[in-house]
Design a protein around this ligand. Structure first.
Ligand SMILES: NC(=O)c1ccc[n+]([C@@H]2O[C@H](COP(=O)([O-])OP(=O)(O)OC[C@H]3O[C@@H](n4cnc5c(N)ncnc54)[C@H](O)[C@@H]3O)[C@@H](O)[C@H]2O)c1
Length: 284
């Protein structure tokens, strides 16, 4: 299965990072967002990141120009019709993703691989929204996508061996370390990470220590590069809540039951870095 053209859907934190990864590794990339403004903002994000790499002498200017020239933007889903691989990275909402897969099914060629960057939702349900479920899998990047080595390749029970092999080969061609995992909520990383993040909020809520104290403790005591509150703000509190809700729905384990403070923060629009306020303030 040969992949040369990659479509990426969703202009959030992850979409532009995945676009940068694919374009930097020689793929033609079509970025699709619902508004031209956010599609352009995504491409500008890739450009900014490449400019930083030129500044740090990790790339030459002509390499950066070549990479950016491989990225085009669109608001029209039909423009993804000739893509060999499409990775959706829209909001973590199963109904939205299933509707998207259903629409993509009417647009893409029969051989195209459709992948989701979902953090935890059942990939099989997205696969069954299409007429070629054997071509659907998860390709789960980590945040920030250009920097993080891991890609979880998620195998729903409907996926063909060829699809999984192509997803693994794609991730490797992007310089990533793919790990194959069953289509079970949270896969590997989030199944282990989210009880920890949720319990950090519980500690804060019960007044055991301040958020700065808990972050300092986990960095200094466990050697983590960032504490749980800085990480929650980076992931996005709405995405974190959606992940916990999906984990709880699958396992009914109290460790996955979102702590009320998280739900209240999301309800009040405090979503982390993306809204300039979460556990920390990013407005200045
Ligand atoms: N944030 C992370 O750290 C992280 C890491 C790995 C995977 N993911 C996954 O990546 C996906 C996107 O997450 P993100 O953090 O980039 O989210 P985000 O909130 O930054 O962006 C969400 C995107 O979805 C779009 N969107 C919202 N509603 C939509 C709809 N009805 N139809 C089409 N598009 C819609 C928004 O316009 C936006 O572009 C999710 O599935 C998430 O679980 C997130």
């Amino acid at each position: 299965m040969s992949i040369t053209r990659v479509g990426i859907i969703g202009s959030g934190i992850m979409g532009s990072g995945i676009a940068e990864v694919a374009a930097s590794n020689g793929y033609d990339v079509v970025l699709r967002s619902r508004s031209q403004e956010s599609a352009d903002a995504m491409k500008a994000g890739v450009q900014k990141s490449l400019a930083r790499q030129v500044e740090k002498e990790k790339r030459t200017q002509s390499e950066a120009d070549e990479i950016l020239a491989r990225v085009s933007t669109t608001t029209d889903l039909k423009a993804l019709g000739d893509c060999d691989l499409i990775i959706e990275s829209v909001v973590e909402d199963l109904d939205v993703k299933m509707a998207l897969f259903k629409e993509l099914d009417t647009i893409v060629k029969d051989s195209a691989i459709l992948a989701t960057n979902t953090s935890t939702l059942p990939v099989v349900e997205m696969a069954m929204a299409t007429s070629n479920p054997q071509n659907v899998c998860g390709i789960h990047f980590f945040n920030p996508a250009p920097a993080m080595a891991l890609v979880e390749v998620v195998r729903p029970i409907t996926s063909s061996d060829e699809t999984i092999a192509a997803a693994i080969a794609f991730a490797e061609s992007c310089g990533k370390d793919p790990v194959e995992v069953k289509d079970q909520a949270g896969f590997i990383v989030n199944a282990l990470l989210f009880p920890y993040l949720n319990n950090a909020i519980r500690l804060l809520e019960s007044g055991v220590a301040t958020r700065e104290g808990i972050d300092t403790a986990m960095k200094g005591g466990c050697g983590f590069p960032m504490g749980p509150f800085a990480l929650l703000d980076l992931v996005g509190l709405d995405t974190s809540l959606a992940i916990l809700d999906a984990l709880y729905a699958e396992f009914r384990d109290p460790n996955y039951a979102a702590v009320p403070l998280l739900r209240r923060m999301v309800a009040s629009g405090q979503l982390g870095r993306k809204s300039k306020k979460g556990f920390y303030d990013y407005s200045k």
